[in-house]
Write a protein of this length. Sequence first.
Length: 455
Amino acid sequence: MDDKERLWRSVLGEIEVGMSPANFQTWFKNTSLDDIQEDKGVVIIRVPNDFTKGWLQQKYQKEIHRCLNKHLGRVVAVQYVVGTKKLAAVAGSSSATQLPPTIKPLAEETTELPAEGLNPRFTFNSFVVGENSKLCYAAAESVAKQPGVNYNPLFIYGGVGLGKTHLLQAIGNEILKNNPKAKICYITSERFTNEMVDAIRQKETKGFKDKYRRLDCLLIDDIQFVSGKEQTQEEFFHTFNTLYNAGKQIVLTSDRPPKAIPALEERLRSRFEWGMTADISVPSYETRLAILQSKLEAHKKEVLPEILEYIAKSVKNNVRELEGALTRTLAFADLNNTQPSLEDAKNLLGGILNGPGRKVVRPSEIIRVVANHFNLKRDELCGRKRTKEIVVPRQILTYLLREELAMPYTQIGHEISRDHTTVIHDYNKIKDVILHNESLDQEIVQIKNKLYAVD
């Protein structure tokens, strides 16, 4: 990796934290840092087409400029060049340059993306099946093999961190593997609502409806958050009907079954139950151990069996936390260039695992630890300011209050001076980012380690 590529990865990593994974994949996935002209103080970014160039200039220019200036340590101008490296001599940097006759224009590609929001690391092969998830896994595989035929819709429900999102994404990735031209969209219900509101505000509702009603497969995470949102439920009702009647696949996840979602219209509730409803429960000790062993194989690392057993016995309710404990153990081994002993693992993980000695924390402690981690004052973190330096720490705080204490959204709002709709938005946004951003995931692990450290 050369210096330009390393710089651009750092810039993209910072940009990614502040936006949805789907938008990041759409607008930044195929970009690169083409050149740094020191004498002119210019950075040239290569983009795949004119549409992307225009969109970045219109929507993300300030953020790109800010991140480049920060990482380079000086002020630079940003310019764009269109086309792949292979076409550079032909396409140049001018949007008016004509493409050779063998190259088809890209105009159509920008209006209808074949897949949106999918993370390729979530596959059926990487999912460890146990008694707790056997039914869900079988149903998900069946749907992926014959979308729109079996179990439509498929409704998966279960607690936080048990693998619902993994299966949802695996379905999309498998369908795309079997049919690369399939139009698939993974999205959270919160983002669906936000896109709908934006479309109404900008008077672009037709484009919004077309986007979702022309899909081959719609994957919606955390559908319970449409609860009480009448306009969202109305729009989703019609989208559901259009896709279902066209034989297109719909898969939904929730933290509870349809009948337990409050303020959900009966017509939607009944449709959610038309196909198959399957729950994914807490994994057994044997399954937790198998998950850890699978992750070890994926990392091509080795850890003492007694450490895996210690982690599997300590973390009982959350696969995400299980994986986080293993990741922390592997990081310790890499940093110290040695295999940790069981005693090392207990010292390293004892404060953050769900064992009998786990420290009980209060909301005020989480607020204090997050504020200290980001060098913020409590009033800044919980205040009304919405500067970029505060937005992400505040979203992380919301996430930890919800994940660690299972606090109701209204109570979180009271603690941080926010209304419950803002709290729900912040929680969903950061949860979505964590899914695709391993560095942010590890930062949260660091914060939790500080939080549960024994005084």
